[in-house]
Design a protein around this ligand. Structure first.
Ligand SMILES: Cc1ncc(COP(=O)(O)O)c(C=O)c1O
Length: 450
């Protein structure tokens, strides 16, 4: 795919060391370690950033391409609006369609983020209740570890409309996929009690906190067997993190952010909607001129705003293809490295991982020493703040309440991420920070309240 109008700063930088290229190179050279350092040189060098999962990351060459697009808009907005915006959005949708193995580009809409995608899917459920297509008390099923914002959306659109929401309890630490499948089947049976229909299942592909890869293909198949009307997969962490193939997964709706693991700037996500379902009730929650012209077209204009993040997908693909093995190579190396770093940390602290390596992606839960006394969500947040402010380590912390009768076990887990810019030293810095707290007998009770 051609670079977006002009030479990026990264290209300019690499040309200092390489022969000038007269024609577009069909297979640009693989990145060297110093290229990667340059691409992420805007990251704060004082921080061990082992939290790609929360906000993702965007390389310099993509930021330059985005800036160029913003300037193109500002130079002549009317021309950009009438002649360039929609073809460029279509180009990004077409790339995404191929990446996710969808049948047709009409199945792919570009939206801001997974939160917006969830609102689109859930809003049509609310109308199902309001317009009498569903009975009061029909059910929606979601995982207990669904993302907090998505749970709020379910509350706003499903519970409020008269739906009965069932949460699937999931064990943590988790030892096998079977534990998840078992709990999910039981929750569907509860959903179908008293003659209720299950109208929607919301299934995460990679849960956020605690993070675990969910066997989505199996759970979608179970939904089909059990007559669930619609299945929505929230894969905010999907693309660039786990394998995704719409035909194999078979969900009705699937969303993934591209700004988490796919190197796009904030914010851009896709929402896949299977063509075979009746899409006439699917609308973007921000209504504009294109209302009624299909979700993908509606989403392509939701009023005047900055669309540039949606337009850099071709540039991102170019960036990714300069890594050995492209996105699959990146995913594989990230997974292997995060497991290795997780194992190094649990050995250093005498704890355990939150799941077997095959149930994690580019993020893994790492047990923290019990002597830190993490005994509430508030403690977990305080410890995170302390790690950021006193040690220059950015990592989210999860509190797990002990089961009845459990005493002295691990109650706090860190979610570590690994992406192409991370270094072993980032994880050593984290290890040493925790060791120092333990050595100084610091507990959460003695941390300053934030
Ligand atoms: C599972 C899950 N769903 C939804 C979201 C929301 O993503 P965004 O804030 O980009 O809308 C996140 C964010 O981390 C997430 O982990």
């Amino acid at each position: 795919m051609a670079a977006v109008n002009g030479t990026s700063a990264a290209d300019a930088n690499s040309q200092i060391h390489k022969k000038p290229r007269l024609y577009a190179d069909p297979s640009p050279p693989l990145f060297t370690p110093s290229d990667i350092l340059y691409e992420f040189s805007h990251h704060d060098p004082t921080v061990a950033r082992i939290n790609n999962g929360s906000f993702g990351s965007c390389p310099s060459s993509v930021i330059s391409a985005q800036n160029e697009l913003q300037i193109q808009w500002l130079r002549q907005p009317d021309d950009f609006y009438f002649n360039q915006l929609q073809p460029k959005i279509l180009q990004s949708r077409t790339i995404i369609k191929d990446l996710i193995n969808a049948d047709h580009v009409d199945e792919v809409s570009i939206v801001d983020n997974a939160t917006t995608a969830a609102a689109i899917v859930l809003q049509q459920i609310a109308w199902g209740f309001a317009e009498g297509k569903f009975n009061h008390g029909d059910a929606a099923v979601m995982l207990h570890y669904a993302y907090g914002a998505v749970k709020k959306s379910v509350e706003a659109y499903v519970t409020r409309a008269g739906g009965y929401v069932i949460e699937v309890p999931l064990p943590f630490p988790v030892n096998s996929v079977d534990e998840i499948v078992h709990e999910f089947r039981q929750a569907l049976q509860r959903g179908k009690q008293n003659g209720r229909r299950v109208r929607l299942a919301v299934i995460d592909h990679v849960t956020s906190m605690p993070t675990v890869v969910i066997p989505v293909k199996e759970l979608v198949a179970i939904c089909r067997e059990e007559g669930v009307d619609q299945v929505f997969v929230d894969a905010a962490h999907g693309i660039g993190c786990v394998d995704i193939d719409m035909k194999q997964i078979g969900a009705d709706f699937y969303t993934s952010n591209l700004h988490k693991w796919y190197f796009c700037p904030p914010s851009v996500a896709f929402l896949y909607c299977k063509r075979s379902i009746n899409n006439s009730d699917l609308h973007h929650p921000v209504v504009s001129h294109e209302y009624g012209n299909g979700l993908a077209i509606e989403s392509g204009w939701i009023g005047t705003r900055d669309y540039s993040a949606q337009l850099v997908v071709p540039k991102v693909l170019e960036f990714i293809n300069r890594f050995e093995g492209g996105i699959n190579g990146i995913k594989k190396r990230n997974h292997e490295c995060v497991v290795e770093m997780g194992q190094m940390l649990v050995e250093a602290w005498g704890t355990h991982l939150g799941c077997p390596p095959e149930m994690c992606s580019s993020m893994v839960m790492v047990g923290l020493p019990a002597c830190l006394g993490i005994s509430s969500d508030h403690d977990a947040l305080n410890l995170r703040t302390c790690l950021r402010e006193k040690f220059g380590v950015e990592v989210p912390i999860y509190y797990r309440s002990p089961k009845d009768g459990e005493d002295g076990g691990v109650t706090g887990y860190a979610r570590i991420s690994y992406h192409v810019y991370n270094k072993v030293d980032d994880y050593y810095k984290f290890r040493d920070a925790i060791n120092q707290l333990v050595h100084n007998a610091v507990t959460c009770a003695s941390l300053p309240i934030s």
